[in-house]
Design a protein around this ligand. Structure first.
Ligand SMILES: CC(C)(COP(=O)(O)OP(=O)(O)OC[C@H]1O[C@@H](n2cnc3c(N)ncnc32)[C@H](O)[C@@H]1OP(=O)(O)O)[C@@H](O)C(=O)NCCC(=O)NCCS
Length: 159
């Protein structure tokens, strides 16, 4: 991607199949199965969600979903194409989600991750998210999840 500017843009329903394709490449089958094109399209249409795409040139490099709940924002999905990792794409998407949350007046951002997702945990930790509990047998196949949370009013470096 070096030299190719990254653009972030709100997804439209026409983008749902391409978004679901990136999710399939980015996540293991038992996780990506939940994020098919129909589900992404529902989130794109929902007034309580925002879906953002990261585009590098003509390629879709990543996709993310934020759900606006009553007293917190929840990251439902954050997936970066394997060819575009460690280039700042995930960080750019996360920054968009956090800025959307704070614009909506929600300063707590939370997400759940498979407990064994070391890369996801390291990424979140770098961005000031901290673990706030473990959910045993959270997923359908019995694997555990961890709940992570960030208070946007606290500087990420000091969290
Ligand atoms: C987790 C994920 C979104 C990171 O996306 P990315 O675009 O590679 O992340 P960035 O390039 O913005 O990384 C920012 C920092 O996060 C940390 N980080 C990211 N991936 C990491 C990894 N595999 N191992 C350790 N640290 C990692 C690093 O500190 C990195 O900075 P550095 O590259 O300068 O060392 C991506 O690996 C992914 O899509 N994984 C599968 C889906 C998933 O697990 N989603 C949950 C995300 S919360």
């Amino acid at each position: 991607m070096s030299g190719t500017p990254l653009r972030l843009l709100p997804a439209r329903t026409i983008h749902a199949p391409a978004g679901a394709h990136v999710v399939r490449l980015a996540m293991p089958a038992h996780q990506h199965a939940r994020w098919d094109a129909a589900r992404l399209a529902r989130r794109i249409r929902s007034q309580n969600s925002t879906v953002v795409l990261a585009v590098a040139g003509r390629h879709l490099a990543g996709v993310a979903v934020l759900d606006l709940l009553t007293d917190a924002a929840q990251i439902g999905l954050l997936a970066v194409h394997p060819d575009y990792r460690r280039l700042g794409v995930g960080s750019a998407l996360l920054q968009w989600l956090e800025s959307t949350a704070s614009t909506a007046g929600l300063f707590t951002v939370q997400l759940k991750l498979e407990a064994s997702n070391g890369a996801g945990r390291a990424f979140c930790f770098t961005h000031g998210y901290r673990e706030r509990g473990r959910l045993p047998a959270y997923y359908a196949d019995g694997t555990a999840a961890v709940r992570l949370l960030r208070d946007l009013r606290v500087d990420a470096a000091r969290a």
